[in-house]
Design a protein around this ligand. Structure first.
Ligand SMILES: Nc1ncnc2c1ncn2[C@@H]1O[C@H](COP(=O)(O)OP(=O)(O)O)[C@@H](O)[C@H]1O
Ligand SMILES: O=C(O)C1=C[C@@H](OP(=O)(O)O)[C@@H](O)[C@H](O)C1
Ligand SMILES: [Mg+2]
Length: 179
């Protein structure tokens, strides 16, 4: 028998979900800095563990393998991280991941297609938007919108907000402000 040397397992203060380009990684890091808590991003965890970029995993091993890695990365982060956690845009496709998120302070960062394409269009880091970003982004949203909504405790629209304003809106939505 072992005593509670390290206390109960940590659980995230905020979990950010939403489509590619909604600002999960940017705002997550900013918010963690403002709250003075650790930041974690499951895409970064996968890249660090695998020693290769997300796009390389997709090309070499396929999306199914990426989703397996992502499922494990989300489970590890959700059960062992007490700060702000940003997920990859497709993490919520997995049913066990959605079950794991149930009851947690999950915020869905939303945005419309024009702004998504503006924000993601200029780089090749997202293999799922590599061919026709506008059409692919729309199709992904048609398949996923209800899942983002299902797991979220609050929705924050990001189109006309700066990252700082999005962070403010998250704190308001989750009632995490000091004052
Ligand atoms: N609120 C915002 N306003 C303008 N640009 C943003 C905003 N949030 C993020 N961005 C920019 O959009 C791009 C995608 O952001 P990122 O945080 O990687 O999104 P995600 O992790 O949701 O895919 C980055 O270039 C980032 O600087
Ligand atoms: O929506 C998706 O399926 C993906 C989103 C990406 O993360 P961001 O949402 O942080 O861009 C990354 O996990 C991968 O390219 C797949
Ligand atoms: Mg990201």
């Amino acid at each position: 028998m072992s005593g509670p040397l390290t206390g109960p397992p940590a659980c995230p203060l905020v979990v950010l979900v939403g489509p590619m380009g909604s600002g999960k990684s940017t705002v997550g890091e900013l918010l963690a800095g403002r709250l003075g808590v650790p930041y974690r991003d499951t895409d970064a965890d996968i890249v660090a563990a695998e020693g290769r970029e997300i796009s390389e995993i997709f090309v070499s091993d396929g999306e199914d393998r990426f989703r397996e890695l992502e499922r494990a990365a989300v489970r590890a982060a959700v059960t062992g991280h007490g700060g702000v956690l940003s997920l990859g845009g497709g993490a919520i496709l997995d049913e066990s991941t959605r079950a794991l998120l149930s009851g947690l302070p999950v915020v869905y960062l939303s945005l419309e297609v024009d702004e998504a394409v503006r924000r993601t269009g200029l780089n090749q880091a997202r293999p799922l938007l590599a061919v026709n970003p506008r059409r692919q982004w729309r199709e992904l949203m048609d398949a996923r919108r209800h899942l983002y909504t299902e797991v979220a405790r609050a929705v924050v629209a990001t189109d006309e907000r700066t990252p700082d304003e999005v962070a403010d809106a998250i704190l308001d939505a989750l009632e995490l402000r000091d004052e």
